[in-house]
Write a protein of this length. Structure first.
Length: 162
């Protein structure tokens, strides 16, 4: 309550022999300049990066970090989902493992958001795997059908030639 009153009220003192319009104008300009500086300083202190950032920035916020491993194929999907939930994260590529694995670091306090992002990502990734396998199976069936059609056409030509 006290802070709200302090933020809304302004107190200034002016020493002048005579209060003229110019003196009042200068006072108001000084007050405006002071309030602008105060707002700028407040914006700087609250200006933390959000979304994707470097690991150094994420750890530097002092809120603890947790890690999840991902493969290369789903990084774009992961970016979209993490942006949707507004989670702060950092990604590092681990080249020591073959094939390379991506380590995704999250703020520890965003535990609920992390759970949502990871669960949605895994569901999306598993659905893609199912779709890919079924498309390949359909492609194999189509290849077999085309081979069968080509053999029938060759047999018909032989019969007509007699």
């Amino acid at each position: 309550m006290q802070q709200e009153v302090e933020e809304k009220s302004v107190q200034f003192a002016v020493r002048t022999g005579q209060m003229s319009a110019n003196a009042l104008l200068k006072c108001l300009i000084a007050v405006k300049r002071h309030l602008d500086e105060k707002m700028k300083n407040k914006a700087i202190t609250d200006d933390r990066p959000h979304g994707r950032q470097s690991v150094r920035d994420l750890i530097g916020q002092g809120e603890g970090v947790t890690r999840v491993d991902l493969d290369k194929e789903g990084i774009r999907d992961f970016h979209k989902i993490a942006k949707k939930y507004g989670v702060d994260y950092a990604i590092i590529k681990d080249k020591t493992v073959e094939p390379p694995v991506f380590n995704v670091f999250f703020k520890a306090k965003d535990k609920d958001g992390i759970d949502k992002v990871v669960s949605e990502y895994t569901m999306k990734y598993l659905n893609k795997q199912k779709l890919r396998s079924s498309v390949l199976a359909k492609l194999d069936k189509c290849k077999e059908a085309v081979k069968a059609m080509a053999q029938k056409a060759v047999e018909k030509r032989k019969e007509r030639a007699r």
